[in-house]
Design a protein around this ligand. Structure first.
Ligand code: SF4
Length: 461
């Protein structure tokens, strides 16, 4: 019987993209996927370390494999991703005694060799792959795809585990990225999201592959231009940029036709002292200057952000400056996290996590209220306008108990009514409208008739 693997992925899009590479590696040496863990010869967990709760979930899941391993001792259990990456002193490894393979993402190319060493009959090749970023992700091509352009980070924000978990910034060759996107476009993909920890710091290791007529010197702007030349890609965006690298050229390249009217630009805090202790390398004023330059060039740009509340020694006054910055930037969406200390980081070594949980919750709620008010106000401006939507989901009409009590011919008429289609506009606003399932995958114009905080509602034009 064909050997099987069961892969569990936690965390961000980057992890999901890494798992697609891992799937390609495993399939390449003769394993096939299974969603039933009891059937698997190899179970791999791709982990996230961003919060303690994410790691706790991994301890619990791996704990459940212990009984499985008892009944099937030849089962191989592997842990990869951020947890092994950041585990410099082996403290995490000690808590996972049943694990056979424990490796950071960048070493996944060794999987064929390691599996061959543990169970030679499991794989048909033990040849390792030196650079895992060269592995072509195994994925079902849909209308949308995420493409990693770099891994790791050089910024060392004091609260963050990423530089430890993923190592220093490493950029993929431009040619590999463009070949991958060209292939996706040939297979029907229309929307590409470029991924990187500080995606706009991209430096091509092979700049000779930039087109001679590419107008930009900044490599990330140049990459945006190159992707714009690929036929079929009509929606392009990226996450997550660092404010420090929002050059005029990058902002200019965001006006090219494929680019969406949206940017997710993490600010984290609005107080200069907190920003300095976070090692974010900009002041609130410098961040707002980036926002001004973006809006001057792209007036209808929607902007999202990440914020941490309750960072070490963040006073109530310092938090108020974050609220002030929020009011000035008028973000369209924000993801707010309550600070939690992560072992191994500079903040864990140097600062005290001294803002109480109650106060963190209070600050979170304050920002939530500000966000909801601003987003509601901003979304009203969409009423009466036409937005372009890539439809990615369909819900059939709801059959209620009342309907079931109706005569069969009326039921049939009601059941034939269109359901609801959902998708994001070019401003990444979730939009819904009544239409049939056939619209899934299409890009359509929708006239907005109503807007609330989180959804624009409209009708097909
Ligand atoms: S820029 Fe800062 S927050 Fe983002 S991945 Fe790098 S170290 Fe972490």
């Amino acid at each position: 019987m064909e050997p099987k693997y069961h892969l569990i992925t936690y965390g961000c899009q980057m992890n999901k993209n890494d798992s697609e590479r891992m799937e390609a590696l495993l399939k390449g040496v003769g394993l096939s996927p299974t969603s039933v863990k009891e059937e698997a010869d190899v179970i791999l967990v791709n982990t996230c370390s961003v919060r303690q709760s994410a790691e706790d979930r991994v301890f619990s899941v791996v704990g459940q494999f212990a009984s499985l391993k008892k009944s099937k001792p030849e089962l191989i259990v592997g842990i990869t991703g951020c947890m092994p990456g950041r585990d410099r002193d082996g403290a995490i490894r000690k808590r996972l005694p049943i694990v056979d393979l424990y490796f950071p993402t960048k070493d996944m190319g060794q999987l064929p060799r390691w599996l061959g060493e543990l169970r030679p009959a499991l794989v048909n090749s033990t040849d390792p792959v030196e650079d895992y970023l060269k592995v072509h992700p195994d994925r079902e091509v849909t209308r949308q795809a995420f493409v990693s352009i770099q891994t790791g980070c050089n910024k060392f924000c004091t609260y963050c585990v990423v530089p430890f978990a993923r190592g220093l910034e490493k950029n993929r060759p431009l040619k590999d990225i463009l070949d991958e996107i060209q292939d996706l476009a040939l297979h029907g993909c229309v929307e590409v999201t470029l991924l990187g920890q500080t995606v706009n710091s991209y430096q091509a290791p092979d700049p000779e592959h930039f087109s001679t007529n590419n107008p930009y010197k900044d490599h990330f702007a140049g990459l945006l231009w190159e992707v714009n030349q690929i036929e079929g890609v009509s929606r392009l965006h990226f996450t997550a940029p660092h404010p420090l690298h929002m050059t005029d050229e990058v902002i200019d390249a965001m006006t090219l036709p494929a680019h969406l009217n949206y940017i997710h630009l993490p600010v984290q805090a609005g107080d200069d002292d907190v920003l300095r202790r976070m090692n974010r390398r900009y002041t609130a004023e410098q961040f707002l200057d980036v926002i001004d330059r973006l809006r001057a060039k792209i007036p209808n740009l929607a902007i999202g952000t990440d914020i941490i509340v309750g960072f070490c020694s963040e006073s109530a006054e310092a938090f108020e400056r974050t609220v002030e910055l929020y009011e000035k930037a008028r973000f369209d969406i924000s993801y707010t996290a309550r600070y939690s200390t992560r072992s191994g980081t500079a903040a864990w070594r140097a600062f005290k996590d001294d803002v109480s949980l109650e106060e963190k919750k209070r600050r979170w709620n304050v920002l939530q209220e500000v966000q909801e008010r601003i987003v509601y106000e901003k979304n009203q401006a969409y009423v009466g306008t036409i937005v372009s939507v890539l439809v990615d989901r369909y819900e059939p009409p709801k059959i209620t108990e009342e309907m079931l009590a109706m005569p069969k011919n009326i039921q049939a008429v009601l059941a034939a009514q269109p359901g609801t289609c959902y998708g994001n506009s070019r401003e990444m606003k979730l939009t819904r409208f009544a239409a049939s399932k056939e619209y899934v995958g299409k890009i359509v114009d929708v006239k907005i008739t109503k807007a609330d905080m989180w959804v624009l509602e409209g009708e097909l034009t």
